[in-house]
Design a protein around this ligand. Sequence first.
Ligand code: T1G
Length: 702
Amino acid sequence: MTDAVRYSREGAIGLIEVVNPPVNALGQAVRAGISAAIRQGIADPDAKVLVIYGEGRTFMAGADIREFGKPPMPPILGEVINEIEACPKPTVAAIHGTALGGGLETALGCRFRVALKGSKVGLPEVKLGIIPGAGGTQRLPRVAGVANALEMITSGRHVPVEEALTLGIVDAVVDGTDVKAAGIAFARRVVDEGLDAPAVRDRDDKLAAARADRSIFEETRRKLARSMRGRMSPQKAVDAVEAAVDLAIDQGLKRERELITECMESSQRAGLVHAFFGEREVAKVPGMSKDVPVRPVKKAAVIGAGTMGGGIAMCFANAGIPVTVVETSQEALDRGLGRVRNNYDISARRGRYTPEQVDGLMALFTPALDLAAVAEADIVIEAVFESMDVKKEVFRKLDAVAKPGAVLATNTSYLDVDEIAAVTSRPADVLGMHFFSPANVMKLLEVVRGAKTADDALKTALEIGRKLGKVAVVAGVCDGFIGNRMLKTYKTQMDYVMEDGALPQEIDAAITGFGFPMGLYAMGDLAGLDIGYMTRRREDATRPADARYVAIADRLYELGRLGQKTGAGWYRYEDGRTPIPDPEVEAIILEESGKKGINRRAFGADEILTRALCALVNEGAKVLAEGIALRPVDIDMVWLFGYGFPAYEGGPMFWADRRGLDKVLADIRGFADHDPKSWQPAPLLVELAEAGRTFKEWSDAR
Ligand code: T1G
């Protein structure tokens, strides 16, 4: 047996304990260990029942994702589970924490499943671009029925065990914190009461409904084609569950294996696994010692109750942290908190909260008209009008009233955090926390580290980000930080493409075809074209006189086409949100091209997309070289969680590494032949492409 699994016995109960922190992933040593322990349990004459459980914080949370993409190391999990299922002695899985993926599949190989209250089960494989591959698609429908199994497997949802009990996935849910004791207690009942249950493979009563009416498979495929557009593995999961209905179990298991193998080899799997680890990696700041303390945060304050401030305050309330909201007038305060209340009421109507819960959330907000009200806050986030003068004024006042050691954050999306910090007597406590709109929904948070930001202030902001359910990424100070800086370059290139020959709907189709949920221009209409207009006016003073300037968006603005909110922008809207290409916009575009004497030409979707991605990667390489982003993975996560870059592509830098930096550079040089000014290859990209290296290799070697 391996160290990862221990066998022992208490009375008539054989105990198989998995010990592989932190989440008892089913790596090779665990698989071999379970197999050996099952044999030992069978051979142990005094063991009447075998209990499998996990040591530490959880039952097995699934296969070891780090083994993906490497040659399989026997024994494979499916075989180990078949061994458990064939065990002549009753087997009990005792679940706590999360039984996910291969963990739940292992439990389904047992005769009985008992779970501690509050634990969860699920088959989240589709989130990694694969399907359950150790019998989950064959056994789950046999215990929960086809409809429930399809829902769980194609969504990857973590199901509370209380619900799993009603679905038939677990046999008992018990109070307590000691999973071993719960397993033993259940096993005693098996011995004493002679409890018996068939092996899951021998049950097929719950397959009957789908056998009689197979429409559920087509219906699910159709729904997934919309809700999981472009994703391969959810469709494969439907194929696998269908095989459970059509084939005998051993053939079904074989079919499942073939389907997971296809998924494992897919580029989507590689992208999604990169996203899984990337989301966790960005929390770790290279060079920061583990000993840096996190400052305690019990109370928060937000300055400004606009859309952004209100959304940020909601994030704190949602995390159970009391938040003071400061505004300059009663009217603005009432309006802001009214909007918050309205958002919660909408969620309540959708069944997310009870009215009492909404009241409880609202009770966490303390409205205030005086900045002095932030005196008790451990973290203050300024979300006022985006103007350097206004922000400086707020920080001067904050400096006077905030308690010593409070983290002082600005939610600016482009202003110089160092300049803001400099007006205070405590620049070490100042940083940026750039939320994305709507702040209570979007998962990205850029934490902007100023030149003088203290490590513990930074770590506190990252930790708060995690508590608020965000993916917090460290960024350095520059105009637009990581995300908006790259967005600007990309958008500029798309504007050129438009002026040179493409229409907004063609550009958007190329982008959504790649997997972005929305096109760039449809997105602009959603955000409102006034924002970009104001930004451009701000930039007028510094824009070089000979810079190429595309005025199409200004023309739309001047016509009052501000996007969805005015019923027209880059598109027109009849129902308020479905973009319809508009001949009026096309006429403006042609006119603007005409003014510059541009001979418009056709752009194919491939060329548009290559230009878009190359623009992102080239700017990303500059962001990396300047240290604005710590690693390529930080850029990738910004784009996944803030801008809808398709997760299965891993992010722009991952995309570039996979394409080959030499190819990316060749494309950029090709564009530069016609437009050398706007396509200057980033020196880091040139260096790596010429050395045949990737961004990841460069980053790992630092
Ligand atoms: N494999 C390897 N490492 C894993 C892992 C896994 N399955 N799960 C977590 N880790 C690492 C993670 O990277 C982090 O590392 C540390 O554990 C703590 O995780 C055959 C094919 C269980 C809900 O998809 O959803 O089974 O950053 O920070 O917030 O069909 O981890 O500390 O170095 O996320 O408490 C299916 C994935 C696999 C579950 C815990 N299973 N994990 O959340 O901690 S496919 C999953 C999670 C499969 C079979 C197949 C979460 C969690 P580090 P954490 P957490």
